[in-house]
Design a protein around this ligand. Structure first.
Ligand code: NDP
Length: 316
């Protein structure tokens, strides 16, 4: 083996609740885990506000604080945390080869995938232009909402993310125009109630976004009622997209079984993928529950499965 290729027992890819929980378990089992954070250290919870449903935090906790706690706990047991990204893998042999975005090659006896999921976009040209130039389209109200303090904003989506972000924006903005494409929201009952009780969130049912208006900066949004066919232009200064997520699994598509959206398939009741020694956890393999606590649970499963696998192979 070339000298510059590092060999690790247990490589963890991703740093959300799944990755850090896997790291805590793997480090305590003396697997000497190496964790690559990926492009968004801490994952989706870094862009959320209050987390009220994670057991153990009786008064709730801010998402970034919670992830810092997870990280510290993983570090306490000796996890080697690296702020870089794995950009290529080769799972063809007994030893799993991975490459970082800096070009380093590592060989891992076991790999735990916890790469999570990323925000989806509507796919409009105007959305792309006005999000990449900082013109006022964003997929993260908590990151960018403050820029629109005192101004009218729009948000598309009807899930828990959209509800949570609309509520966040309602504390900053005089009116939040919320566009829901059906006559019902997908969000949990409690979040729907909160949206309905917020006086300055105006919900537009059966409404689709046709175009985000403005050349350099958002000036408004054109929406269409899909029942009546009526289109309306609403002046807004900012537009938020909160329509769900796509699993971050593209680099595994040549090796691992996944569904048509890209969620990794695991053997039911385990974290095992179709490749021996490669385990999947968190949102990358879960399109049903997608909660911090379920991600953490599957991260724990992956570390325990990796530990047993390495022990059976006589590696640890
Ligand atoms: P979801 O997939 O749950 O919801 C996506 C929403 O966007 C749906 O209302 C969907 O409409 C709508 N949508 C999708 N595509 C389009 C489109 N092209 N145009 C307009 N609307 C569109 O995603 P979320 O990100 O909201 O939530 C993901 C998971 O995370 C859920 O399980 C949720 O419960 C959880 N979560 C929990 C939180 C918490 O507990 N604090 C906070 C945030 C998320 P339709 O219903 O018609 O498909």
């Amino acid at each position: 083996m070339a000298e510059n290729i590092e060999r690790v027992n247990c490589l963890i890819i991703g740093s959300g609740p799944a990755g850090y929980t896997a790291a805590i378990y793997a480090a305590r089992a003396n697997l000497k885990p190496v964790l690559y954070t990926g492009p968004e250290p801490g994952g989706q919870l870094m862009i959320t506000t209050d987390v009220e449903n994670y057991p153990g935090y009786a008064d709730g906790i801010m998402g970034p604080q919670m992830m810092d706690d997870f990280k510290k706990q993983a570090e306490r047991f000796g996890t080697d945390i690296r702020y870089a990204m794995i950009s290529k893998v080769d799972f063809s042999g007994d030893v799993h080869k991975v490459w970082t975005d800096g070009g380093d090659e590592l060989h891992a006896d076991s790999v735990i995938i916890s790469t999570g999921a990323s925000a989806k976009w509507l796919g409009l040209e105007s959305e792309k232009r006005l999000s990449t130039n900082g013109g006022g389209v964003s997929a993260c109200a908590v990151c960018d909402g403050f820029f629109f303090k005192g101004q009218e904003v729009g948000i598309v989506g009807g899930g828990d993310t959209a509800a949570e972000e609309a509520l966040y924006l309602s504390k900053l903005c005089p009116t939040v125009h919320m566009f829901v494409r059906r006559d019902a929201m997908r969000a949990s009952k409690i979040m729907q109630e909160r949206v309905k009780n917020a006086e300055n969130i105006k919900v537009y049912w059966n409404t689709e976004t046709e175009e985000i208006l403005g050349e350099e900066e958002v000036t408004g949004v054109r929406v269409k009622n899909n029942k009546t066919g009526e289109t309306t232009e609403i002046p807004v200064a900012g537009f938020f997209v909160a329509i769900g997520h796509k699993p971050n699994t593209d680099i595994f598509k040549d090796w691992l079984d996944m569904d048509d959206v890209g969620y990794l398939k695991t053997i039911p009741g385990t974290s095992k993928t179709n490749i021996e020694g490669v385990f999947a956890s968190g949102d990358a393999q879960d399109k049903v529950y997608r909660q911090a606590v379920t991600a953490a649970g599957t991260g724990c499963m992956a570390a325990l499965d990796a530990e047993r696998y390495l022990a059976e192979k006589g590696i640890v």
